[in-house]
Design a protein around this ligand. Structure first.
Ligand code: ADP
Ligand code: MG
Length: 237
């Protein structure tokens, strides 16, 4: 195995004119691992969208983020990049188990998010999987669960694994992402999300993204955000 070097240290944001925005406009200007930079370049991503500019620097500093920006504004990369960098900096390896979980309200969206991980994360050595239970049955998934470092899934399927998969363990989880967080925190997913939260450590980084701002203090206290950065971006038409 190639020896893993420590990633760049998180840098404090320079004081800019707009406090919510980092000074960087290009992905290349961010303190990212070369592996992530290569993945972004090969995928054709150069300039950050507004939500990416606003959210990624905070997330790279280890902060919890609550990000709102309309559909199509590039929220996926705003969490995919921080998840890859977090595990890279922790020198996460195959033997370390589940380091990142991304919850999606639908299996279709989970599949799309996984594709972004696969594309942008190509040069990394983490194993990632979309646990959507479509093509493969749950039995086949069970054998893979303990070898995945990054899991993209719906809440229901993850709970099923917590209940049924021997030795499935997320007690080392570093980072939790809720995509379409307003839907995930909605009534319909309540018991499943609570079951997941009871199985993962409280000391972790949490990123929430949605098209509308999730303001309910009750919802946010459920996921125990720590001094979250509230980022709301309304791009010019
Ligand atoms: P959202 O989750 O906010 O609806 P997505 O993450 O699905 O948005 O991104 C929408 C589209 O924009 C995707 O096709 C994605 O590849 C593209 N995209 C995202 N970020 C960038 C960027 N920085 N530069 C160019 N295209 C981007
Ligand atoms: Mg999205």
């Amino acid at each position: 195995l190639p020896s893993k070097s420590a990633g760049p240290r998180p840098v404090p944001l320079p004081a800019g004119e707009h406090p919510a925005y980092g000074a960087c406009t290009l992905f290349d200007e961010l303190p990212l691992s070369q592996k992530t930079k290569d993945g972004l370049r090969k995928a054709g991503y150069k300039e950050m969208s507004d939500i990416q500019r606003a959210a990624i620097p905070h997330a790279l500093c280890g902060r919890d983020v609550l990000g709102a920006a309309k559909t199509g504004s590039g929220k996926t990369l705003a969490f995919v990049i921080p998840v890859l960098e977090k595990l890279y900096r922790e020198r996460w390896g195959p033997e370390d188990g589940v380091g990142g979980i991304i919850l999606s309200p639908t299996t279709d969206l989970a599949g799309q998010i996984f594709e972004v991980f696969r594309n942008v994360g190509k040069a990394h050595t983490f194993s990632a999987g979309a646990i959507v239970g479509k093509r493969k049955g749950i039995e086949e998934e069970k054998t893979r669960m303990n070898y995945l470092n990054i899991i993209v899934c719906t809440p229901g399927r993850l709970v099923q694994h917590f209940n049924e998969t021997p030795n499935f363990d997320c007690s080392n989880l570093q980072i939790l992402v809720l995509d379409e967080a307003d839907q995930i925190l909605d009534h319909g997913f309540r018991s499943q999300v609570d079951a997941i939260l009871s199985q993962i450590p409280k000391a972790r980084q949490t990123l929430l993204f949605s098209a509308t701002q999730t303001k309910s203090v009750k919802d946010l206290s459920r996921v125990s955000l720590k001094d979250p950065q509230y980022i709301s971006v309304h791009e010019e038409a």
